[in-house]
Design a protein around this ligand. Structure first.
Ligand code: PHE
Ligand code: ZN
Length: 880
């Protein structure tokens, strides 16, 4: 917990470590309440660092010291100092290597922050990124200190039959007292944030993978007994990821064993510890009846993500935590490519962009905006953000676009070869891409340093007599905290042209002609001229969302409907539909605000009718074309967010479409409805997605027919996708069986924590009346638990982040509720507490009354005692 003023760490203050630790021998005598840690650190001065100091400072927090020795000689109390954050040994040998030996004790059961060594259900596990290792023992806890780990685990054999750590098993045996031991050795030097251990009663699901060079890798997934039947998809995903990385990046796995452990209590999604990934159960466990199609996709994505880190993160790691996006942005890009290749690239891209625009753009436009490579932090855990991850991935994607896939691959090859075994920077990554391709990305580097979402304003002029189209693009970027003035960025803008009949027009610029070009926008304003155009073409701009920017381009509803029908770029085709819907919804909001009766433009109905009657190979894509922009995306477009108007206008559109296109929705529902147990193949996933989209529209009609459809589907569903979609239709309408359905669902799935999370989240995000009372009642439900992050996210997170209408209730009850919970969580788990505060961060975007109420709660949080650094940083920066 925090002292007076938490200190800020700056990138500009980086200095190399004064000492290096080549090797560590770690021994754990594991016990839930009293774990003994013994470590021998082989240290030496860093030859690259020439400071005069003879002291050694090791980081350590919440540790009970038993003894410390240098080269075998126990230190006297006067030889060292212990502070809340460090051990400072006054004098260590300078001219030769030396060994520091430490014995200390920790209490995993008391560790509710889930950082360091902690207890999850009955198993012991670790989480060390970013700075959790210092809660295990004193160490140089920074990623540029890379060490070879030898670990011995000792524990009661009955309670902890399985003992795991990084690398290869080197030995094991029984002790006389009912305990046993297992030895582990990791041949690869690594930063301590990649250390892991697990101890528990776990079952192992095993398989193998033969690498491209013919090596046999053992694959092991460890779960509690009752989850053994939910590991098949994770295992298949792992094998797919391993093959994909060989085929796409030429990267092969390097140890003989790859282990994954699933735990119930986890602050994030998963962790790429060397050879021993630790996962939130949410991203491992799946059975058709317990997991939805989207769960299956996320599992494959996260398994891939952690696997890809073995190269982008572990073999080549980060010099310091400001470089976090070096591994995260790159690895997200890699997992996006992987998932796209595995499922549908078009659908994957749309989903990623949708998430980026609704969530990361909001972060980038608010008080917590920061560059992809931040310059300062109080608590590094607060910087595992959408900006570092998702915008970071977009930056890598732009480099990929600029180099083409072959050039990008050449650059990556050089990066991995040049920096294998090193801790490096984002600069090193760009440099490798440049050197391998003989190009220069000078201006492009600004993407790493400059926060905020750029805005492109586009105007066009068609000169009929010259048969030319002049396209002028201006770029600007709004100020962000500490960055009042922005510089022009290098923005790749993909463009295509369409003829009036919908066919592709040739894009001719000076001597080049193609069906599609990537324009290099580098100036504040630039005009591009396209030749040889006998009639005025329709411009399809920013294809594939080639840069993370906002686009301002005047378009008529008709032009958007035209693009929705004809654009050959799958992303822009979808985007045209989104922009069409946005324009219409904003028009309706104006009508609402002026007390006019609402009427839906026929253009919208026609456009949707033609999507409904179109023929699509990819039904998931068709379903996406029918999905209205989310309320949070619409909110992001408004100067002052009016949650009620957004909700009303959007609901009106949805209900009207359902009314007018009822026959079409019903027919498509019937066409794609199957009674299937839910295998995860593209055809079945698409059918379910399409069918459930129809169901969601039809449920807006609030008629007997739709109620019956929902009930039928709910009762007969043999897979979670269909069951959950039906329950959602029931819960989000005035369905007469709502209470019964919720009750029977609960009873059916009581034993499945991940399904019960869905049950909480669904109720917490309902926009119907009385939701707040429901949320309060659910807080007292026996299955609710403040110490389980998944549960907290399912209830408090869903209410505050996915229920704008009720969270922003005018009387401020939602805000007060959230602040109450944040203060409780602050004592238990600062990381989760600070994640929850972000629900209040956007306070300046609302009307004055709401602003005042939100601000009041933020002030209350900042003023409270025992505030963690995590919560303090987010709350205080939100107010700044
Ligand atoms: N490094 C993990 C990932 O992105 C995320 C993580 C960060 C997990 C911090 C736990 C703690 O794959
Ligand atoms: Zn990651």
């Amino acid at each position: 917990m925090r002292e007076a003023t938490p200190k800020t760490v700056y990138l500009k203050d980086y200095t190399p470590p004064e000492y290096l630790i080549d090797e560590i021998e770690l021994t754990f005598e594991l016990d839930a309440e009293r774990t003994l840690v013994r470590s021998h650190l082989s240290l030496r001065r860093n030859p690259q660092c020439h400071s005069e100091c003879v002291t050694l400072e090791l980081q350590g927090e919440e540790l009970e010291l038993l003894s410390v020795a240098v080269n075998g000689e126990k230190l006297a109390d006067t030889d060292f100092v212990i502070t809340p954050e460090a051990m400072i040994i006054r004098r260590v040998p300078q001219d030769k290597a030396f060994v520091v030996s430490i014995e200390n004790r920790i209490n995993p059961a008391a560790n509710t922050a889930l950082e360091g060594l902690y207890l999850s259900s009955s198993m012991l596990c670790t989480q060390c990124e970013a700075q959790g290792f210092r809660k295990i023992t004193w160490f140089l806890d920074r990623p540029d200190v890379m060490t070879r780990f030898k670990t011995t685990l000792i524990a009661d054999k009955n309670r902890y039959p399985v003992l795991l750590s990084n690398g290869n098993r080197t030995g094991q045996g029984d002790l006389a007292d009912g305990r046993h031991w297992v030895g582990w050795q990791d041949p690869f030097a690594k930063p301590c944030y990649l250390f892991a251990l697990v101890a528990g009663q776990l079952e192992c699901v095993a398989d193998e993978f033969i690498t491209m060079s013919g090596r046999r890798i053992e694959l092991e997934i460890f779960v509690e007994q009752h989850n053994v039947d939910k590991c098949a998809h994770a295992m298949q995903s792992l094998k797919n990821a391993m093959r994909w990385d060989e085929e796409t990046y030429g990267l092969e796995y390097d140890l003989d064993l790859y282990m994954i452990v699933a735990v119930d209590h986890f602050n994030m999604g998963a962790m790429e510890n060397k050879g021993l990934n630790i996962f939130n159960t949410k991203f491992v466990l799946a059975r058709p009846d317990t997991a939805t199609d989207s769960d299956y996709e996320h599992i494959e994505g996260v398994i891939g993500h952690e696997y890809f880190h073995n190269w982008s993160g572990n073999r080549v790691t980060c010099r310091d935590w400001f470089q976090l996006s070096l591994k995260e942005g790159f690895t997200v890009f890699r997992d996006q490519q992987f998932s796209g290749d595995r499922t549908s690239p078009a659908v994957k891209r749309i989903e990623d962009v949708n998430a980026l625009r609704t969530r990361q753009f909001a972060e980038d436009a608010g008080p917590l905006a920061h560059p992809v490579r931040p310059e300062a932090y109080i608590e590094i855990n607060n910087f595992y953000t959408l900006t570092v991850y998702e915008k970071g991935a977009e930056v890598v994607r732009m480099l990929h676009t600029l180099l083409g896939s072959e050039g990008f691959r050449k650059g990556c090859d050089l990066y991995f070869k040049r920096h294998d075994g090193q801790a490096v920077t984002c600069e090193d990554f760009i440099k490798a891409l440049e050197d391998a391709n003989g190009v220069e990305f000078g201006q492009f580097r600004r993407w790493y340093a400059q926060a905020g979402t750029p805005l492109l304003t586009v105007t066009q002029h068609y000169a009929a007599d010259a048969k030319q189209l002049h396209l002028t693009i201006q770029q600007s970027c709004p100020p962000t905290p500490n960055q009042p003035v922005k510089q022009a960025l290098h923005i790749p803008v993909k463009l295509g042209l369409l003829n009036q009949d919908g066919s592709t027009a040739t894009v001719r610029m000076r001597d080049n002609s193609a069906t599609e070009v990537t324009l290099n926008l580098t100036e504040t304003e630039q005009t591009f001229v396209f030749e040889d155009l006998p009639t005025q073409p329709v411009v399809s701009l920013l294809r594939g969302f080639s840069a993370p920017v906002n686009l301002n381009m005047e378009r008529s509803l008709e032009e958007l409907a035209f693009l929705l029908r004809h654009d050959s770029d799958t992303f822009n085709r979808w985007e045209a539909g989104q922009q069409l819907a946005c324009q219409i919804i904003f028009g309706l909001m104006t009508d609402l605000q002026n007390g006019r009766a609402l009427q839906l433009d026929e253009v919208m109905i026609d456009a949707y009718r033609s999507v409904l009657s179109g023929s699509f190979d990819d039904l998931s894509y068709q379903a996406l074309l029918l999905a209205l922009p989310e309320e949070s995306y619409l909110a992001g477009q408004m100067a002052v967010i009016d949650v009620d108007a957004i909700h009303q206008a959007r609901e009106f559109v949805k209900t009207t479409l359902a009314t007018r296109l009822r026959t079409e929705f019903q027919a498509l529902y019937a066409q794609h409805h199957r009674d299937e147990s839910g295998c995860f193949d593209a055809g079945a996933v698409g059918r379910r997605r399409m069918k459930n989209t129809c169901l969601s529209y039809l449920s807006k009609l609030e008629i007997e027919d739709s109620y019956r459809l929902a009930t039928q589907q709910f009762q007969t569903a043999r897979n979670m996708t269909d069951q959950m979609a039906a329950l959602a239709a029931i819960v989000n309408s005035y369905h007469p069986n709502k209470a019964d359905s919720l009750e029977s669902f609960y009873r059916q799935w009581e034993q499945e924590a991940l399904v019960i999370d869905k049950w909480f989240a669904l109720q917490a995000s309902s926009s119907l009346p009385n939701t707040f009372a429901t949320v309060q009642a659910l807080m007292r439900h026996p299955a609710f638990d403040m110490k389980t992050p998944n549960r907290v996210r399912a209830l408090i997170g869903a209410f505050s982040q996915a229920n704008p209408v009720h969270f922003h209730a005018k009387n401020g009850e939602g805000y007060q509720f959230l602040a109450d919970q944040v203060l409780v969580l602050n004592e238990l788990n600062p990381q989760i507490a600070s994640r929850m505060v972000t629900g209040l961060a956007q306070w300046r975007r609302y009307d004055p009354e709401r602003q005042a109420l939100m601000k009041q709660q933020l002030q209350r949080i900042v003023a409270s005692e025992h505030l963690s650094k995590d919560v303090y940083e987010i709350a205080s920066k939100s107010l700044a």
